[in-house]
Design a protein around this ligand. Structure first.
Ligand code: AHR
Length: 497
C-alpha cells in the first residue's frame, strides 16, 4: 500500500458518524427514556445510556422515524404530557403513548451533544403539517405555532437545520407509499414551503429503500429531476444479513454498498448535467447496519403493545467486522457521502442495549463505530492498495483487505482503519508512508475473536478490542500484521512535532 499526504479524497463531514432513534420497540421507551429507572435524570432520561451515547461522539441523530413518521402527528407529542393522546402506531403495530415528543427529544439531544435530523410525515400528511412543525421548532416567536412552543416551556427556537422529507416512500410497507412522480412532487412542494419558513435549513429527499428495490435507481432520478432545486441531499438505506451462514460472502457485501454509492452519485450528477445546474447533491446514507438476527422473533410479538422488544438483534463478532468495513466504505467516499446514520442507536438494531429497570451494555458493533467516530475525523486519504482477492457466492474479486486512512493535519496524526476478511490466515501489509516523515506507531487496536459468532451480553463482553496489534515503522515503511478475521485501527503520530 502507498499512503501519501497529497492523495486526498476530501475533508470528512463528521456527520457520517450519525445515528438514529425511532419511536420503535424499546428505542425511546425503555431505551433513552425510563422515568422509573434508578439512573433516570429529572426528565426521565437514563444517565447510563446518555454516557454510552456520549462515548460514541454522535454528531447527529435522525428522529422520530423511520417508518413510524409516515403516520405520525407531531402535535400529539407536544404540550402537557397528561393531555397527550395514545395512538395506534401503524408502522410497527404498537401503542404510542407520546410521552416523548419533539421538545423532549431536543432536550435529550443537548444532553448527548448531538444535532437532530428531523423527519416530516409525507405519508398520511404533507405540506401543511411540515410547515407548521418548522414554524413551531425554528421560528423565533409572535406567530401561532412559535408562541405555542413558548407556551410549552421552550422560549428559544430549536433551530433544527437538517430535515428529511419523509421516509422510504418507495416501499410498499410505507403508510402512504408513493410513486417516484408522486413523491417528487410532494417533496418539492413541502421543501419549498419549509425553506420559506427557514431558508437556512438543509433538506434530504428519499431515494430507494435499498439496492434490491425494483424502481432503483429510477426512483432517485425522477425525484431529483422534479425536486433538484429544493433538496440538498438524497438518502440511501441499506441493511445486510448473513442468512445463509456464508461469512466470506457476507463480509463482501460492502461491494454492494460501494456500488450503491457510486450509482446514486452518478444519478445525482446526471440530473445535475440535465438541469445545467451548478449545485451538487450529496448523499445521506441515513440508515445502515446489519439487520436479520431478530426477524423470526419479531414475528412472534403480539400487536398493540407499548414498547415491545422489536428488532433487538444481538450482534456477533462477524457483524462487527462488516460494520467496520461499512464505515471504511463511507470514508473512501467522503467526497460525496456527507451524512450517514447507523440505524439505530439504542435497543433497536443498535450498538447500545438496555435491560428494563436494569443494566446497559455494549454490543460487538459498538467498538468499530466508536473508534471510527472518535479517530476518523480530518481528511480522508486515498490508500493505493494492492490486496489479495477472493471470489464468493455473489461477488468476484473481493479484496481481503479493506482500508481507509484519515489525516489529522493539526494533530499530525494519520489513522488507518483496516479489516482482514481472510478467515483462515493473517496478512502482512507493507505501507509506504515516506510522506509522513517522523511518524511512528502510537497504537494498534485490534478487534478479533476465534469465534465468528461470539456475542456480548450484559455483564459479559466477550468481544472487546485490545491494543496489542503488531505494527512498526522503519525507514518510511509501515509493517503491519493483520490477524485473520480482524478489524484494526492503527494510529501514527509525528514524534518530532
Ligand atoms: O430502522 C428500521 C426501519 O428500517 C426503519 O423504520 C425504516 O425506515 C427501514 O425500513
Amino acid at each position: 500500500m502507498v499512503l501519501d499526504k497529497s492523495y486526498s479524497i476530501s475533508e470528512i463531514d463528521n456527520r457520517i458518524y450519525g445515528s438514529f432513534i425511532e419511536h420503535l420497540g424499546r428505542a425511546v421507551y425503555g431505551g433513552i427514556y425510563e422515568p422509573d429507572h434508578p439512573e433516570a435524570d429529572d426528565q426521565g432520561f437514563r444517565k447510563d445510556v446518555i454516557d454510552l451515547v456520549k462515548e460514541l461522539n454522535v454528531p447527529i441523530v435522525r428522529y422520530p422515524g423511520g417508518n413510524m413518521v409516515s403516520a405520525y402527528n407531531w402535535e400529539d407529542g407536544v404540550g402537557p404530557k397528561s393531555q397527550r393522546p395514545k395512538r395506534l402506531e401503524l408502522a410497527w403495530r404498537t401503542i404510542e403513548t407520546n410521552q416523548i415528543g419533539t421538545n423532549e427529544f431536543m432536550d435529550w439531544a443537548k444532553k448527548v451533544n448531538t444535532d437532530v435530523m428531523m423527519a416530516v410525515n409525507l405519508g398520511t400528511r404533507g405540506i401543511d403539517a411540515a410547515r407548521n412543525l418548522i414554524e413551531y421548532t425554528n421560528h423565533s416567536g409572535g406567530t401561532y405555532w412559535s408562541d405555542l412552543r413558548k407556551e410549552h416551556g421552550y422560549e428559544d427556537p430549536h433551530n433544527i437545520k437538517t430535515w428529511c422529507l419523509g421516509n422510504e416512500m418507495d416501499g410498499p410497507w410505507q403508510v402512504g407509499q408513493k410513486t417516484a412522480y408522486e413523491y417528487g412532487r410532494i417533496a418539492k412542494e413541502t421543501g419549498k414551503a419549509m425553506k420559506l419558513v427557514d431558508p437556512s435549513i438543509e433538506l434530504v429527499a428519499c431515494g430507494s429503500s435499498n439496492t434490491g428495490m425494483p424502481t432503483f435507481p429510477e426512483y432517485e432520478a425522477t425525484t431529483l429531476d422534479i425536486a433538484y432545486e429544493e433538496i440538498d441531499f438524497i438518502s440511501l438505506h441499506q441493511y445486510y444479513g448473513n442468512r445463509s451462514d456464508d461469512t466470506a460472502n457476507y463480509l463482501a457485501k460492502t461491494m454492494d454498498m460501494d456500488h450503491f454509492i457510486k450509482t446514486v452519485t452518478s444519478t445525482c450528477d446526471y440530473i445535475k448535467a440535465k438541469h445545467r445546474s451548478k449545485k451538487t447533491i450529496n448523499l445521506s446514507f441515513d440508515e445502515w447496519n446489519v439487520w436479520y438476527h431478530s426477524n423470526d422473533a419479531d414475528k412472534q410479538i403480539d400487536a398493540w403493545q407499548i414498547a415491545p422488544p422489536q428488532l433487538e438483534d444481538v450482534y456477533n463478532f462477524e457483524d462487527a467486522l462488516l460494520v467496520g468495513s461499512m464505515l471504511i466504505t463511507f470514508l473512501n467516499h467522503a467526497d460525496r457521502v456527507k451524512m450517514a446514520c447507523m440505524a439505530q442507536l439504542v435497543n433497536v438494531i443498535a450498538p447500545i442495549m438496555t435491560e428494563n429497570n436494569g443494566r446497559s451494555w455494549k454490543q460487538t458493533i459498538y467498538y468499530p463505530y466508536m473508534y471510527t467516530s472518535l479517530y476518523g475525523r480530518g481528511t480522508a486519504l486515498k490508500p493505493i492498495l494492492s490486496s489479495p482477492k477472493y471470489d464468493s457466492k455473489d461477488f468476484t474479486d473481493v479484496n481481503y483487505i479493506d482500508c481507509a486512512a484519515v489525516y489529522q493535519k493539526e494533530a499530525e496524526e494519520v489513522v488507518l482503519f483496516l479489516v482482514n476478511k481472510n478467515l483462515q490466515e493473517s496478512i502482512s501489509v507493507t505501507t509506504d508512508v515516506r510522506s509522513f516523515e517522523g511518524y511512528q506507531v502510537l497504537e494498534h487496536v485490534v478487534l478479533e475473536n476465534e469465534d465468528l459468532k461470539a456475542t456480548n451480553k450484559p455483564g459479559s463482553e466477550k468481544v472487546t478490542p485490545h491494543k496489542g496489534g503488531s505494527s512498526k515503522i522503519n525507514d518510511g515503511v509501515l509493517e503491519t500484521r493483520l490477524t485473520k478475521a480482524s478489524w484494526n485501527m492503527i494510529r501514527l503520530r509525528n514524534v518530532n512535532a
